[in-house]
Design a protein around this ligand. Structure first.
Ligand code: TXA
Ligand code: MG
Length: 310
């Protein structure tokens, strides 16, 4: 593994290289917002299409505002409460933001991550770091330095920051039509954002919505190498196992831990383990308690990771 110090990471980034950085959600493949070359390399390294916009990571609200042309009291209230943390805020961009980052959209995604090493890296960088998850496009996101290495080998330098604590990507939210719309579910739910705003004296609707431009919210994403199928509780054991073993010799039944916090922390790690342990199909069991809001982010990832062909 090509592990680098914070200082070396900074040097590489400013010189137009990409570096994998730790965050509390997943590892990001970072490029400096001030380097066209660095931004370009994010797409080529990930084999990511240019129509999928990147999130810019900053270490303060002031740096976020410096990249926007409109910062509402809702943005301010959410940033004050949830940053540093797993919330990406979409805001109108200004012309300091390279269009490569936003895929030509007039808005930009901004996030202050809750990870000490990355925060101290960001502190000494002008602008910010654009960073999508550090995996090949459409594949399982990394939550350790080793996962990044498994994906890119020595072609990507890594700032090692241990295991990502939250484990799934940030909640992505924007202010549209005077209300808050969540484009990607995550640790912060609609209910928790609504409560946060109420505490700040802002009474506004918070809803789950499809992004109007639908960037990145593709149907297939986060996919493990072996097929994954979602099944209802108690679907598998007796009745169907023999039918399944007809075509699959070594299925694994995946039951989520009881707590959604633990389930999200382990989610991508488990997918990778199943890939490596010689199973040939994953059956993810969806139980009745998985339909509450806290589980939305996890099942959103599993829905996209599931195999469409089966
Ligand atoms: O937790 C995370 O957000 C991680 C870590 C590294 O910070 N990053 C991450 O990036 O998940 P990525 O590229 O895998 O997902 C970014 C998604 C895009 O696919 C898109 O859905 C949304 O954020 N996004 C970014 N800019 C947007 C914009 N201007 N409007 C709407 N959605 C946007
Ligand atoms: Mg991703």
């Amino acid at each position: 593994m090509k592990l680098v110090s914070i200082e070396k990471a900074r040097e590489l980034l400013l010189a137009g290289e990409v570096v994998a950085i730790p965050t509390e959600t997943v590892y990001g493949l970072a490029g400096w917002t001030g380097s066209h070359e660095g931004l370009r390399k994010i797409f080529s390294t990930k084999e990511r299409p240019f129509f999928d916009p990147l999130i810019v990571h900053i270490d303060s609200i002031a740096k976020a505002k410096a990249l926007t042309s409109e910062w509402t009291n809702i943005h301010q209230a959410l940033a004050e409460t949830c940053w540093p943390g797993p919330l990406t805020l979409i805001a109108k961009k200004n012309d300091r933001v390279n269009p490569l980052i936003t895929s030509g959209l007039d808005s930009v995604g901004l996030r202050c991550p809750r990870h000490e090493a990355t925060l101290s890296l960001l502190k000494n960088i002008d602008g910010g770091l654009a960073a999508p998850s550090a995996n090949k496009f459409g594949k399982t996101s990394p939550t350790t330095a080793k996962h990044v290495f498994d994906e890119f080998g020595d072609s990507v330098s890594i700032l090692d920051g241990g295991q990502s604590e939250v484990g799934i990507e940030s909640t992505v939210a924007g202010v549209m039509n005077g209300r808050v719309e969540i484009f990607r579910p995550g640790f912060y739910t609609a209910k928790s954002l609504k409560e946060t705003l109420l505490k700040k004296g802002i009474d506004t609707e918070v809803v789950y919505a499809e992004s109007p431009v639908a960037p990145g919210q593709l149907k297939h994403h986060y996919m493990p190498k072996i097929p994954l199928v979602i099944v209802p509780e108690n679907f598998l054991p007796e009745k169907h196992r023999h039918e399944i073993s007809f075509s699959f010799k070594n299925p694994v039944i995946w039951t989520q831990p009881l707590s959604p916090e633990i389930a999200s922390r382990e989610l991508y790690q488990k997918m990778r383990e199943f890939d490596q342990q010689g199973f040939d199909i994953i059956f993810a069991e969806r139980n009745s308690h998985h339909f509450s809001e806290e589980w939305l982010g996890i099942w959103n990832r599993l829905e996209k990771a599931k195999s469409q062909a089966l």
